[in-house]
Design a protein around this ligand. Structure first.
Ligand code: SF4
Length: 155
């Protein structure tokens, strides 16, 4: 793949996950080290702290959030849609500036999920759908992969 890609910062080993941990993938961390990938965390970029309360989308997926038809909530009932959308839009600006054509994002996250997210009940129930950042990048024509299927990108 020519050109830079975006990657979820937690996959590159940054401790930006809601619980203060990361989801290190050594191959993705190496891409960042070599300057081939740009690590981004939309939730931190939108102004949320780390650690933070778990959040899920209720009423749809990231595409619906962008359309204004669904919202993101934390597990104490606070609406955090504004921060999620603001962070995703900032990252879209970076993607445009850098001419990014592809991204590898953390599966099942309400921001980064590519094929699946959680259903908004905080009971660990997965549903098909994209996170807010994943949806915004896909709408821009950027190819989105997760840590579970990005080998396709390397072929
Ligand atoms: Fe990782 Fe994305 Fe969650 Fe940030 S928002 S911790 S990059 S999955």
């Amino acid at each position: 793949m020519k050109g830079k890609i975006l990657v979820s910062a937690c996959l590159a080993g940054q401790n930006c996950r809601y619980d203060g941990g990361n989801n290190l993938d050594l191959c993705i961390a190496k891409m960042v080290e070599e300057g081939r990938a740009i690590p981004v965390c939309p939730e931190e970029m939108g102004g949320l702290p780390t650690p933070r309360l778990p959040c899920e989308i209720k009423g749809g997926d990231g595409r619906d959030v962008i359309a204004g038809d669904a919202a993101v909530w934390n597990n104490r009932g606070k609406n955090v849609t504004g921060q999620f959308v603001a962070g995703a839009k900032e990252i879209l600006k970076i993607a445009r500036q850098e001419g990014v054509k592809a991204a590898i994002l953390k599966e099942r996250s309400p921001s980064c999920g590519v094929l699946n997210i959680y259903d908004g009940t905080f009971r660990g129930v997965k549903i098909p759908g994209q996170g807010v950042l994943a949806a915004l990048l896909a709408q821009e024509g950027i190819k989105i992969y997760s840590e579970e299927n990005y080998s396709e990108l390397l072929r």
